[in-house]
Design a protein around this ligand. Structure first.
Ligand SMILES: *[C@@H]1O[C@H](CO)[C@@H](O)[C@H](O)[C@H]1NC(C)=O
Ligand SMILES: *[C@@H]1O[C@H](CO)[C@@H](O)[C@H](O)[C@H]1NC(C)=O
Ligand SMILES: *[C@@H]1O[C@H](CO)[C@@H](O)[C@H](O)[C@H]1NC(C)=O
Ligand SMILES: *[C@@H]1O[C@H](CO)[C@@H](O)[C@H](O)[C@H]1NC(C)=O
Ligand SMILES: *[C@@H]1O[C@H](CO)[C@@H](O)[C@H](O)[C@H]1NC(C)=O
Ligand SMILES: *[C@@H]1O[C@H](CO)[C@@H](O)[C@H](O)[C@H]1NC(C)=O
Ligand SMILES: CC(=O)N[C@H]1CO[C@H](CO)[C@@H](O)[C@@H]1O
Length: 392
């Protein structure tokens, strides 16, 4: 028989053993719980992070879609994916690309002709100016109410000091520019620079070159549908056998350009996107002009007419849409005086000629005219609503 003391010891040790077992059990459950908790926390963190990412993606998409709609107004909200939105985003008009980089970027063209979004075609107005666009108040009226259907680019002399307050539609539309000399090859470089900048906007479909002394002869809706609806380009080109035509051909251009291919024409062109891409990408004919068209050659009157007539004559109308008065002869066209600007005069410019448009004869041959000095502005503004049907 055991002593009661022994019994009690056994009981205590049993109890102790039991307690140890309990403790182990508790520890086991505790560890299990802790493991579960950690797992749960990690899992929930991942899930949270995931949903946060989802929200972030959603947020950044909605933020972007509005901001890019501002940049690319035609881009409808359904153009969802960030990739496409980012790709269609426009660089700032005043960027830091040099000509080589700019032309390379502008030369890219999609091989798939159908746009996977609702693209509203725009007309790009390219102003080649020395300083300010002096006819700005008239253009201001012309563009009013047609936002989203046009874009404006201005190439002014880099030395021009923008101290004069720019009018709203021209504000912030100056592109990085370089000095341009009358009749020199750098004039074509400036034109290519304007085209290249405008090509960066996928919505630009037609491209018209203007000077600060140009005016519109019709209202915006008329100009827009005339250009957008045309399957032709308007690069004036003709073969002029006299000294002011073929006489300016440099025999060093042979054999790349022959005297029979040599063409003359007005500098003031209008062209579609396909031709604009070809012009900025031309590394075959333009270098010949850069090398051999100096002095009495006048690249601005010969490069585009010759290039387009060699390579893209099929779709060219061979006429310009900009009225210029050469009747006085000499190297510069006539500049109109204030008193010459009358309703009858403007009507004659609008409908006093006959030409072909899209396969039929029309009397609407000129959409723009030059040269108009600042002194004519007041009268033009007065007659524009009545004669040119501008929205007043
Ligand atoms: C441009 O205009 C500003 C203010 O009118 C003047 O301070 C600055 O000297 C001008 N710069 C040039 C190059 O004329
Ligand atoms: C634009 O001008 C044409 C005539 O050239 C006219 O028929 C048309 O109504 C004008 N449009 C607007 C919006 O004023
Ligand atoms: C193009 O011309 C057609 C008729 O020939 C006309 O219905 C359409 O509105 C025109 N498009 C534009 C942009 O003016
Ligand atoms: C002329 O334009 C049509 C469409 O308007 C186009 O299919 C064709 O390729 C163009 N031709 C040239 C030589 O660019
Ligand atoms: C434009 O001129 C070229 C010759 O350079 C000629 O082949 C073409 O038929 C002319 N196009 C039109 C519409 O007159
Ligand atoms: C231009 O001509 C083409 C083919 O002849 C035709 O499909 C198109 O509607 C015409 N556009 C206008 C504005 O007349
Ligand atoms: C940064 C930015 O453009 N945010 C805009 C995102 O879109 C919402 C509306 O969809 C605008 O309210 C934000 O200003």
């Amino acid at each position: 028989m055991k002593a009661p003391k022994e019994n009690s010891i056994i009981a205590v040790s049993k109890l102790f053993n039991n307690a140890q077992l309990q403790l182990q059990k508790i520890l086991f459950y505790f560890l299990l719980f802790a493991f579960g908790l950690t797992f749960g926390v990690i899992l929930s963190f991942y899930l949270k992070n995931f949903s946060f990412n989802l929200q972030f993606a959603k947020f950044s998409f909605s933020a972007n879609s509005t901001s890019s709609q501002f940049l690319v107004p035609n881009l409808k909200a359904e153009v969802g994916h960030i990739g496409l939105t980012e790709y269609l985003k426009l660089p700032k008009v005043m960027h830091d690309m040099d000509d080589e980089e700019l032309l390379w970027r502008a030369s890219m063209a999609p091989q798939i002709r159908k746009y996977p979004f609702n693209r509203v075609p725009k007309v790009a107005f390219l102003f080649l100016a020395k300083g300010p666009v002096i006819m700005a108040p008239l253009w201001e009226k012309f563009f009013k109410g047609h936002e989203g259907l046009y874009s404006i680019y201005v190439h002014s002399s880099p030395s021009y000091n923008e101290s004069v307050a720019e009018s709203p539609v021209f504000r912030g539309r100056r592109i990085p520019s370089q000095e341009v000399g009358w009749g020199q090859v750098n004039m074509i470089e400036a034109e290519r620079r304007l085209l290249a900048n405008a090509l960066l906007d996928f919505s630009n479909q037609r491209f018209v070159l203007l000077s600060e002394a140009c005016i519109p002869l019709f209202n915006f809706s008329m100009v827009y549908s005339y250009l957008i609806n045309s399957s032709q380009n308007f690069v004036m080109a003709y073969d002029e056998i006299s000294p002011v035509g073929r006489g300016r051909y440099n025999p060093h251009m042979y054999p790349k350009i022959t005297v029979r291919q040599w063409r003359k024409g007005s500098q003031w062109f209008e062209m579609d996107r396909d031709l604009a891409i070809e012009v900025v990408s031309d590394r075959e004919y333009f270098p010949v002009f850069q090398k051999h068209c100096h002095g009495g050659c006048y690249a601005d009157e010969h490069y585009l007419p010759t290039f387009v007539s060699i390579r893209f004559w099929e779709n060219n109308s061979n006429r310009s849409l900009t009225w210029v008065d050469w009747s006085r002869r000499g190297p510069h066209p006539a500049e109109y005086q204030r008193t010459q600007v009358t309703p009858a005069f403007l009507k004659a410019l609008r409908s006093g000629s006959l030409c072909e448009y899209n396969g039929s004869i029309t009397n609407i041959c000129f959409l723009f005219a030059r040269k108009f000095p600042h002194a004519t502005l007041e009268r033009l503004l007065k007659f524009a609503p009545k004669v040119m049907h501008f929205n007043s």
